[in-house]
Design a protein around this ligand. Structure first.
Ligand code: GLU
Length: 308
């Protein structure tokens, strides 16, 4: 495998930029409608200590669905995989949109932790007497995984999420009615809205991906942040469900375990090698960053790495 170089990142960035006009920012969250769709950034952090960035890698954006990875890691740590996957959430892709409610009526248990219903059920399983306590635990864990003290809440995005979150409320109340959601519905939803509204950079999510790639250990501090088995489960779910209904096509095109968010970020974990964070708020019809996918595809080819 050729080593990753700054020149490769610059080339990937230039290639990614040519795609931004093909997408648009998420329209259903008012805050995201007004983000500049031409921003593009990429960051790579390797297990042996290389840190490279190009473009808007330090520009803040809201993490959105990538936070579902962090919530899942914490719930796994708190409750264990048996409890979580037998009673709260499944492990299967759906092919349905991220906020779909349709299968909850017939199957009760949300299909996987990366659709909204599954992520809300996962938030319910995180330990904490109140929503505030849960969120504080989640936030501290989030900072560690991103290797950053610079994470903050984007108040405007949070208000937008709350204002337009009725579909998520419907999912949460349905889960409560079928006994799939623990605790207070409003408090769990508030944790969910807050976690989606956290500000991160491509560098932050590259570090999160690096910890997943490095089997749960932060190679910078040497600290184990999650069990190796939990990192493995999460990487597997990223392959099957991480890119919404585009997960199959993405596996064919790129093949790195990845999780995207409608803020335009994608965190990509290459086992034992590196974490990649890409950012570009112009999205395709499935909610994935068009420039982000293009940059990952470019790097997969340039590094000649194919998982499959
Ligand atoms: N906050 C978003 C929602 O629940 C998350 C969307 C996403 O990134 O998939 O609508």
């Amino acid at each position: 495998m050729p080593n990753i170089t700054q020149a490769m990142l610059e080339e990937a960035l230039a290639y990614g930029r040519t795609f931004t006009s093909q997408g648009k920012t998420a329209q259903y969250i008012p805050y995201l409608r007004h983000v500049d769709r031409d921003l593009v950034g990429i960051s790579v952090q390797t297990a042996d200590g290389q840190r490279l960035s190009a473009g808007d890698a330090q520009t803040r954006f809201t993490v959105q669905s990538i936070a579902k990875v962090v919530a899942l890691a914490l719930a796994l740590q708190d409750r264990g995989e048996k409890y979580l996957f037998s009673g709260r959430v499944g492990l299967e892709p759906t092919g349905d949109p991220f906020n779909s409610i349709i299968r909850l009526e017939t199957d009760k248990k949300p299909y996987n932790p990366f659709i909204n219903a599954g992520a809300i059920a996962v938030v319910g399983a995180i330990k904490g007497r109140t929503g505030t306590e849960k969120f504080e635990r989640l936030f501290r864990f989030f900072e560690k995984l991103c290797g950053s003290k610079g994470i903050s809440l984007c108040g405007e995005a949070y208000l937008s999420e709350r204002e337009t979150g009725d579909k998520n409320r419907a999912l949460a109340y349905h889960l409560k009615a079928t006994k799939m959601l623990e605790g207070d519905v409003g408090e769990n939803l508030d944790v969910y809205f807050r976690m989606c509204s956290l500000y991160v950079t491509a560098e932050d999510i590259a570090h999160l991906a690096l910890v997943l790639a490095n089997r749960g250990v932060d190679p910078v501090t040497g600290e184990r942040l999650m069990a190796a088995e939990h990192a493995r489960i999460i990487r597997a779910l990223m392959v099957t469900c991480g890119m919404y209904e585009g997960s199959g096509e993405f596996a064919v095109k790129v093949g790195f375990p990845s999780k995207s968010g409608v803020g335009g970020g994608i965190a990509s974990a290459m086992l034992d090698r590196m974490g990649i964070g890409v950012f570009g708020p112009a999205l395709d019809g499935r909610g994935n960053s068009v420039a982000g996918i293009a940059m990952l595809e470019y790097l997969a080819k340039a590094m000649d790495i194919r998982l499959f």
